[in-house]
Ligand binder design. Structure first.
Ligand SMILES: Cc1cc2nc3c(=O)[nH]c(=O)nc-3n(C[C@H](O)[C@H](O)[C@H](O)COP(=O)(O)OP(=O)(O)OC[C@H]3O[C@@H](n4cnc5c(N)ncnc54)[C@H](O)[C@@H]3O)c2cc1C
Length: 414
């Protein structure tokens, strides 16, 4: 079948990979000049299979007033007249119940475990795709006793869901990751998960693009799909300007832009961009840089070692559709990183970046066929797009290829 994939981010490329494996004739189209240049560019680099709990949880509403008042808060909200922003916020508040949060976590964990198995298979089968992949493990650090206690109490529950984790005292954290020595008394403890991975999402995308080209997939960059039109038989066609792109099936994987693309077809996606920031520092001192991925639970900042670089990422700003860089947010990220790993390298020359997470209020992606029989969606992966990409891509490709067996993506199907 001729399949058109709209979007060459990590989600579109992963979908194209499994579609090609199934023998389809695949074209990937993207409005930018290369693969992985939007949200997939300089993300946190964590393949975070065991930490999938959504931002919408029962604890978050109580924290919001303090977060919204602090200038260096991990979350920032700039109210606008955009009704989509208010609708998203209302649905976010609705999703903050314990019941909804537990349900979302269980569903995401199942997709994450599926994705982990596929990532290990991918790394074994595609040794030529270099993306600084490492089985780094992950240490989630706590700075106060209350949050550490709570995390320890969750360990048994997490085990029932298949996550093998271990509580560590502050000294044990520093023993496991000596680059944390500087944190000393500011740490209370941490939760270590050996099975977490890390990698550079942009390099993953570029490597995958090359691999797909060799396998016969066509790429059309600098080509914006500006219209999805229904014909008299109920099928959808994709137009770039006046040109109709030839396709029997169409997959929309256009990140945050997917909502606007689908609106004329009266498909309303509950997507809103959650802006995040990252800094990438060249590692000058190996001993001062962590080799384990680290998450600062209180500050909501993640650190991942990507070869000879350290990626630092965090923040969630609800302030519109533009990925412009706010220097004050970058300064906060840099100050936190310098306090955590002061000797890593020259923070003054670190590369700043901002990207828009395509987020749904509850934190669950949207996969599957729309009410149009040849139009499919793979969108809304929020803060977990790299982690969930292979599972979502394979799940959707299975459906398009007509494999209807029960799988881990069923929970997310439309
Ligand atoms: C600061 C930050 C840190 C993050 N950290 C992590 C992490 O540690 N681990 C993790 O798993 N995830 C992380 N994420 C989330 C992850 O990066 C995203 O979920 C993922 O990149 C989304 O991929 P995507 O392919 O859906 O979107 P994108 O990468 O944005 O790709 C969409 C593509 O569609 C194209 N497009 C849009 N409209 C059109 C159109 N009309 N026609 C043609 N092409 C179009 C765009 O040009 C773009 O290339 C992070 C995100 C941010 C912002």
């Amino acid at each position: 079948m001729k399949v058109l994939v709209i979007g060459a981010g990590v989600i579109g490329l992963s979908t194209a990979y499994y579609l090609r494996t199934d023998g389809h004739d695949v074209t990937v189209v993207d409005s930018n000049s290369g693969a992985g240049t939007m949200a997939s560019y300089a993300n946190g680099g964590q393949l975070s299979y065991s930490y999938v709990a959504p931002l919408a949880g029962p604890g978050v509403l109580g924290k919001l007033p303090a977060w919204l008042l602090r200038a260096d808060s991990p979350v920032r909200f700039s109210p606008s007249l955009d009704p989509d922003q208010w609708r998203w916020c209302l649905n976010f508040v609705r999703a903050c119940s314990q019941r909804q949060s537990d349900l979302t976590t269980r569903r995401l964990l199942s997709l994450a475990m599926f994705s982990r198995a596929l990532m290990h298979e991918f790394v074994a089968c595609e040794p030529d795709i270099a993306f600084d992949y490492a089985n780094s493990g992950k240490l989630v650090l706590h700075r106060d006793f209350a949050s550490f206690d709570k995390a320890c109490r969750l360990l048994d529950y997490q085990r029932t869901l298949g996550c093998e984790q271990q509580a560590m005292t502050a000294d044990e954290c520093i023993y496991a990751e000596p680059a944390l020595a500087h944190m000393g008394r500011r740490l209370v403890g941490g939760i270590y998960t050996a099975s977490e991975d890390s990698g550079d999402c942009y390099r993953f995308c570029v490597g995958l693009e090359r691999r797909l080209r060799r396998a016969g997939v066509r790429f059309r960059f600098t080509t914006r799909i500006n219209d999805l039109r229904e014909d008299c038989t109920g099928r959808i066609s994709a137009f770039a300007g006046r040109e109709m792109l030839d396709a029997e099936q169409i997959v929309v994987a256009a990140g945050t832009a997917s909502a606007a693309l689908l609106r004329p077809l009266r498909i309303r996606l509950p997507l809103y961009p959650l802006k995040g920031y990252s800094l990438t520092v060249n590692v000058k001192s190996q001993a001062a840089a962590p080799s384990i991925s680290v998450t600062d639970f209180q500050r909501k900042i993640v650190y991942a070692r990507l070869g000879d670089r350290l990626r630092i990422a965090g923040m969630a700003d609800l302030n519109g559709q533009r990925a412009t860089i706010d220097p004050s947010r970058v300064a906060t990220l840099r100050a936190e990183a310098e306090a955590m790993f002061p000797e890593v390298g020259h923070y003054a020359s670190a590369e700043p970046w901002a990207g828009l997470r395509p987020a749904t209020p509850a934190g669950t992606p949207i996969l599957g066929r729309t009410r149009y029989r040849n139009l499919w969606l793979n969108v809304g992966h929020g803060a977990l797009g790299f982690t969930l990409a292979l599972g979502s891509g394979k799940g959707l490709a299975d459906r398009i290829s007509g494999r209807e067996h029960k799988s881990d993506v069923d929970e997310f199907l439309l």
